[in-house]
Design a protein around this ligand. Structure first.
Ligand code: NI
Length: 336
């Protein structure tokens, strides 16, 4: 009995001992399991973060590369522009250098605007109205052009001279001036003269993004249409500055000149007439309807040219009668 009792007690003790260690092992296992789960979670999160960081770096590298490439392309484009400027620029203010340096500045600030921003085709131009159908294609023609106006005191005097000789000219107007001189612009249009644009703010378009070029032309179209009921079909770029962006974006022909009267510089009628001494068939003559001396020169120049047998025509007439198909964004220097 004693023995049995002893045995039972020892088994009981043994049982209690073993059940304690079993429970300890189980809770240990659970703890480890939990730890493992936590570790897996943390590790997964860590791996995910690393993957995301790597992907992010790669993506930013790709986009950097793209940006770098387009910048490079534009630098190349502007280098070409400088070369072509050398050929075509008879820049009347000698600011060719400005064009190239600001062109580069532009590259950095206007990422990829060229593609999406294209100037809308200028609808409702007055072209049909300023091409007469009774001109003689075999007789010599000259296109007198006036920039920077309108300016009533000078523009009006020029208009009176033109009317007297049934002559036409082209006025490349600055849009911001139109509202102040609406009446004289209407008069010019009614006389059959071509109303073209010289931008809204007399802006150097080579310094502007595609979007801003578009704004300059759209605003010009608006004020000109408001004054005369139709829009322009030609642009004279201020300063004579042109770059590849303009060629792509501008939807009308760009008109240069073949005779530069330097009227803005000399402010002297005699000097202007001297610059016009040698005029040939197809010439485009550059003047500015801002200076009274220019109007004085026109008083003498128009009858002289008429006497010499020239037909004084608009730019659109000159190109049309000389069989030149004027294209958007291209530059024309004369009608030859
Ligand atoms: Ni100008």
């Amino acid at each position: 009995m004693d023995y049995q009792k002893k045995n039972v007690n020892s088994r009981k003790r043994h049982f209690e001992k073993s059940s304690y260690s079993e429970r300890g092992r189980r809770s240990e296992r659970r703890r480890r399991g939990e730890l493992r789960a936590k570790f897996t979670l943390v590790a997964t999160a860590f791996v995910l973060i690393v993957v995301m960081v790597v992907l992010g770096v790669k993506l930013s590298k790709i986009s950097d590369k793209k940006k770098g490439n387009s910048g490079e392309n534009r630098v190349l484009a502007d280098t070409n522009e400088d070369k072509s400027n050398d050929n075509e620029s008879v820049n009347n203010k000698g600011n060719k250098k400005d064009t190239s340096s600001t062109g580069e500045k532009d590259n950095k600030s206007n990422g990829g605007e060229d593609k999406d921003a294209a100037v809308d085709a200028v609808a409702n131009t007055g072209q049909s109205k300023w091409i007469r159908d009774d001109l003689d294609a075999d007789k010599p023609m000259v296109a007198l052009t006036f920039d920077d106006g309108p300016y009533e005191p000078v523009t009006d005097k020029i208009l009176n001279t033109l009317k007297k000789y049934d002559a036409r000219a082209t006025f490349f107007v600055v849009g911001s001036r139109v509202s102040s001189y609406k009446d004289v612009l209407k008069k010019a249009y009614k006389q059959g003269n071509e109303i073209a644009t010289h931008t809204y703010n007399h802006a150097d378009l080579t310094k502007l993004s595609a979007k801003k070029i578009k704004a300059e032309l759209d605003e010009s179209a608006e004020v000109i249409s408001d004054a005369i009921g139709c829009s322009f079909s030609a642009l004279r770029p201020p300063g004579g500055n042109i770059n590849d962006r303009m060629r792509k974006v501008i939807k009308v022909p760009m008109i240069y000149w073949s005779v530069d009267t330097q009227d803005w510089k000399s402010r002297d009628a005699k000097s202007v007439l001297k610059e016009c001494k040698v005029i040939q068939d197809g010439d485009i003559v550059l003047m500015h309807d801002l200076y009274p001396t220019t109007a004085q020169a026109v008083v003498k120049l128009v009858p002289r040219l008429v006497k010499e047998g020239y037909q004084l025509v608009t730019v659109d007439e000159l190109l049309y009668y000389k069989g030149i198909n004027a294209e958007a964004g291209k530059v024309y220097y004369n009608g030859r």
